[in-house]
Design a binder for this molecule. Structure first.
Ligand SMILES: Nc1nc2c(ncn2[C@@H]2O[C@H](COP(=O)(O)OP(=O)(O)OP(=O)(O)O)[C@@H](O)[C@H]2O)c(=O)[nH]1
Ligand SMILES: [Mg+2]
Length: 312
């Protein structure tokens, strides 16, 4: 494993893929992997891209990747539970073909299921992003379908969140969905070639203007991801937000929040494992029957379980 970690840190895509697989499957080596890569993290820029199914996230990312690569940045992509693949723009297509070259500084793309958490980010998404960061990617793009918890969760791990809206998909519901306005740092109104996109742009702008007192006023950028129109402007809005974070208390707040969550998540995960094991033992010992016949109650059982867990 040491050799693989070393090669991954040197940028070797195949080794990076093996590390992510190990961490995603919660292999015994995952703790050691994360401990080895963590000191090398903290340099990459994490961008979350979310939006309804079919909004054009992958198409947009294809174009964004080409533009970022033209600017000399190396890119990692994590697509959480994608239903449509990256088509691969001209540049990306070339880079994909070159992925066999271990020193190729191009794009690394990884899809992950959303197994393990209800509609949330896949377990290991954040770890995968950290691995890509440690292994020299300048930018890590994370695509999540905005159908539930994942669009809220993405805020916890991304520096910048871009939300893709499209005209003609029940826009009001789209926009008003609880919490959605708050999570977006950049609004992208994709499929601007379709009727009604000006209206979506206008409505989002009105809504944003109603929220006063924010330091960062999210820009609203119309794009036609298919042709690439507007994508440069969107890329510029993303860098503007990155610059804003670098020079504002909000950037510091997000970093601190992320560090808190890093530790809390590990602790929660470990506690959950111990609880599950102890609980399984109790079930085998017939505790469910005791409940059935009211020989005990859930509060007493939970209390006993916790004392057992806490006493080691
Ligand atoms: N008319 C139009 N169609 C677009 C545009 N961008 C993407 N599409 C099309 O919309 C469809 C969905 O695009 P994707 O990029 O796969 O969308 P997605 O958001 O990644 O979809 P999921 O990953 O399934 O949630 C494809 O058929 C695209 O060709 C656009 O700007 N205008
Ligand atoms: Mg997609």
């Amino acid at each position: 494993m040491d050799r693989i970690i070393e090669k991954a840190l040197g940028g070797d895509h195949r080794s990076i893929a093996r590390l992510i697989t190990a961490v995603e499957s919660e292999a015994d080596s995952s703790r050691k992997i994360m401990q080895s890569v963590y000191p090398h993290t903290g340099k990459a820029y994490f961008i979350g891209v979310t939006g309804s199914p079919g909004a054009g996230k992958s198409t947009f990312l294809d174009k964004l990747i080409s533009s970022m690569m033209a600017a000399g940045q190396s890119i990692g992509v994590i697509a959480v539970d994608p239903s449509s693949p990256f088509t691969g723009g001209a540049v990306l297509g070339d880079r994909l073909r070159m992925q066999g070259h271990s020193l190729d500084p191009g794009v690394f793309i990884r899809s992950m299921g959303s197994r393990g958490s209800l509609g949330g980010l896949s377990r290991g998404t954040y770890e995968a992003a950290l691995i890509l960061d440690a292994c020299g990617k300048d930018v890590v793009l994370i695509e999540t379908v905005g159908v539930g918890q994942s669009e809220i969760d993405i805020v916890k791990i991304a520096d910048t969140v871009a939300l893709l809206l499209v005209p003609g998909m029940g826009d009001d519901i789209q926009i008003m969905k609880a919490g959605i306005m708050e999570i977006a740092d950049v609004f992208i109104v994709n499929k601007a070639d379709r009727d009604g996109s000006e209206r979506v742009v206008r409505e989002v702008n009105i809504m944003l203007d109603l929220q006063s007192g924010k330091e960062w006023r999210p820009p609203v950028v119309p794009t036609i991801a298919e042709s690439g129109e507007g994508v440069e402007l969107a890329a510029r809005s993303l860098s503007d937000h990155r610059r804003y974070l670098a020079s504002s208390p909000e950037g510091e707040r997000r970093k601190r929040r992320r560090h808190r969550l890093e530790v809390e998540e590990i602790v929660k995960r470990e506690i959950a494992k111990i609880v599950e094991k102890t609980w399984d033992d109790r079930i085998s010992a017939g505790i469910l029957e005791d409940l059935e016949y009211r020989r005990t109650d859930p509060y007493t059982v939970a209390g006993d379980l916790l004392s057992k867990v806490l006493s080691g």
